[in-house]
Design a protein around this ligand. Sequence first.
Ligand code: SF4
Length: 362
Amino acid sequence: MGDPPTESNNRGGGAVLPEMPFLANVGLLLTYRCQVKCPHCILKAGPDRHESMAREDALAWVRQIAASGQVAVLALTGGEPFIDLETLQVVSETAAQCGLLVSIVTNAYWARAYSEALKVLRQLPSVHFLQVSTDIYHQISIPIAHVQNAVRAANELGIPYTVSVCTENESEPAYIRTVEELRSFCEPGSVRTAITFRAGRAAQSICQDSFSLSPEPPKSACTAAASPIVFPDGRVIGCIGPVIDLDVDHPLLLGSLRKACLKDVFDQAECNAVLHALRIWGPHKLIQMALHAGLKNHLPTQYVSNSTCNACFALMADPVIRNYLLELNRDHEFMRKVAYARVYYLGEDAMLRRLNPEISPG
Ligand code: SF4
């Protein structure tokens, strides 16, 4: 599937990524269909999947997203969104007409030759940004030359791009070779790494031993939880991380567009303390709190190194911790603390204003 969240902000030191304002980027998952069936796909996308977002739903939700006034970028993802080029054209054109910037996440299967890549991208004049995914699993079916063709065509048409590479372990030789090859033809800074999630198809097909493990949880904050994603069935989930694989209620399940309008879902998300705690401190903070609450036996003993998402998924997947987190989302004292931390660390006062309507603007 599309571009996974790359790892992430570290308030304890180390690399820091630019902070994404909350709701500035929203994803629309157009389809579960994909021409490949990668073993690490958290969505379990593939040629045998046929669920897609109905075009009328996609257009209605794009209009609601634009009308919210909060969203700048619409990310179209899947599955493989290029599999239905006509829908991609209609949705991206509508989004652009509504004033949204459009990015598309793809595995570049369509870029079999440079001329073909140019021809395809020219049919999508409303696309402002391309996010290409490749790694050892994609490369079984989609050679890296396709990525090069897509990148050259994007360059020719003035479309900025990133290339995301997934790996279980950053010291893995095939991953290192892939990154070196990509750097030979990609713009500096455009190649990103994401750690494979042990969720979806990867939960069965990728062995825990492939990962670099540590008894310490990662210290980074999560930048990706600023960008919720809408699914074909109307669910809105706080990020495109492994939590999308959970089919139970959890704190990052923000609502359903079949039951509420997007504005109400976004309004509620402004006061989702667990989600914003992940953005401010990362899962590390929630793990510490769960430890203090006496839930040690429900926490992992080993964490995947440098992967906030794997730690976050471990929390949400455990029923006892999940209930604890759902309770935290109703804990006024914790909500207040997070609201102040959002102002301090992220410069966002929307949550504080909702909790304290008497605070005057400015
Ligand atoms: S799974 Fe958790 S850490 Fe990963 S992107 Fe989602 S909220 Fe962030």
